[in-house]
Design a protein around this ligand. Structure first.
Ligand code: ACO
Length: 439
């Protein structure tokens, strides 16, 4: 190969020949990607709109540049702002992690104290919000209550729509992190028919959440330190996860310059589905249905044959093609929690299910490993939570990542209103048929 060939090989570009026209194009490659707009110039004639890329469900399309969280799905790596999730889970706290995700750096001592005070002083929710929540039916799903109540916050904080103002965005971020726990806890109390519990500013974020969830008639609620720390760690693990369905929803709604509470309501709605944050609820329902370890082989056969569209819930991930690092940490934490709460009776089924699946060619070939939801539900259930509240417990910490990513988009001059293209495959230019002539 001559020198010219070597130069060509080292160029950060892509040569494309359109076989319809014989024309060639050179397209720049940056950060391992090409710009989808660069292929628009590829046309067959003057009337041609230009080449589109078709990517249903955005499996190979980057829609943003971001510096909030990083995933290497093949190696099973997750980092927040460059810090490995394992170190944050071992040494950090949830609010410290929230500061890191929102501000980009770990806080010093006084920054953390101020941040904790700011969030603690935003946990109270207006009485009108409480009355609004009381109007839900006794059996309302708490995730439905959370979606609507968080969305309704925009009516209480109209200034939130000044989204171009950085200080307004930060204020809403602090407010959202503070209030989402209170609304979530009240949604839980509502399903039990119990009075709502007001926040206690003396407690940590997780301790106060436990107070608002579980306090009965005691003068002062004192959280169990093991459970309080377990919630804190679970919240660290769930705080952000780059461009998943709900973060994408948050950004898409935010791109129209809607207020952040409307965007948050959309993101929570996206999280609700069983293929996303609703999976932890679906895992428990699946384990209960399997019922005994003896039934596992026939269940696995059903999954493999695709009978009734059954999937092994809590397994598989669009990005992780290795063990989800969060699942590893949750599994390790389960033993500590079970020492306090007692062992979850479904754990044996989960462990055996995991063992069989990881040795089975179907799962090996498709690189399906446990994701964060496989074990988190078992912990929440052992703590006494009903399954309906699991996705709500996911939404509380994820509010941090959603708000951080929403705000990040305003600093990116390339972001405009999200507006994908479609490939239209329907009928065209038909004449209206009057009712009497329709068959
Ligand atoms: N059980 C059985 N088979 C599965 C599973 C599963 N859990 N997940 C994927 N597969 C199979 C698919 O049937 C498909 O097989 P095929 O190639 O023979 O058709 C192949 O693996 C690829 O699956 P896709 O659906 O294309 O993968 P995708 O990236 O679209 O889906 C998802 C990812 C939605 C997470 C999927 O793995 C799934 O449904 N898992 C169960 C639900 C779950 O646990 N969701 C939580 C995700 S983590 C989170 O959101 C916090």
């Amino acid at each position: 190969m001559g020198c010219e060939g070597i130069d060509d090989m080292s160029k950060e570009s892509l040569s494309i020949t359109d076989n319809r026209t014989g024309k060639s194009y050179e397209i720049d490659i940056k950060n391992g990607s090409i710009r989808a707009m660069d292929i628009r110039q590829i046309t067959v004639n003057e009337d041609d709109f230009g080449l589109l890329s078709y990517d249903p469900s955005l499996g190979n399309t980057a829609t943003v540049t971001s510096s909030v969280s990083f995933i290497d799905g093949d190696k099973g790596i997750l980092e927040y702002r460059g810090y490995p999730i394992e170190q944050l889970a071992e040494k950090g706290t949830f609010l410290e992690t929230a500061y890191l995700l929102v501000h980009g750096e770990l806080p010093n001592k006084s920054q953390l104290e101020n941040w904790e005070t700011d969030i603690t002083h935003r946990t109270m929710v207006l009485e009108n919000v409480k009355k609004f929540m009381e109007g839900f039916r006794y059996d309302a799903h708490p995730m439905g209550m959370l979606v609507s109540t968080v969305g309704a916050l925009s009516t209480f904080y109209p200034e939130a729509k000044n989204v171009q103002d950085e200080s307004v965005r930060l204020e809403q971020t602090i407010r959202a992190i503070g209030k989402v726990g209170t609304i979530a806890a009240w949604a839980y109390r509502h399903t039990l028919g119990y009075p709502y519990v007001y926040p206690d500013n003396d407690l940590s974020y997780s301790g106060n959440l436990l107070n608002m969830l579980f306090r009965m008639v005691e003068d002062k609620y004192i959280p169990n330190p093991v459970i309080e720390r377990a919630i804190d760690v679970l919240f660290i693990l769930h705080a952000d996860h780059e461009q998943n369905a709900s973060a994408n929803t948050m950004r898409a709604i935010g791109s129209s310059l809607a207020d952040p509470y409307s965007a948050l309501a959309g993101a929570i709605g996206s999280l609700y589905g069983p293929l996303h944050g609703g999976a932890n609820e679906a895992v428990i329902r699946m384990l209960e249905e399997i019922e005994t370890v003896d039934n596992i082989p026939s269940f696995i056969e059903n999954v493999k044959s695709g009978t009734d569209g059954v999937r092994l819930m809590g397994f598989g991930h669009r990005v992780y093609k290795n063990y989800d690092p969060r699942a590893k940490l949750v599994k390790e934490m389960a033993d500590k929690v079970f020492e306090v709460t007692g062992r979850n009776h479904l754990l044996d089924i989960a462990l055996e299910l995991e063992r069989i699946a990881l040795e089975d060619d179907y799962f090996i070939e498709r690189k399906l490993y446990p994701n964060v939801d496989f074990y988190s539900g078992l912990i929440y259930q052992a703590m006494g939570f009903p399954v309906e509240i699991f996705p709500v417990l996911f939404a509380i910490p994820r509010t941090v990542g959603w708000m951080a990513q929403w705000s990040e988009a305003f600093g990116d001059r390339e972001q405009r209103i999200v507006r994908p293209r479609q490939i239209y495959v329907g009928e065209r230019q038909r004449d209206y048929v009057s009712m009497k002539d329709r068959s």
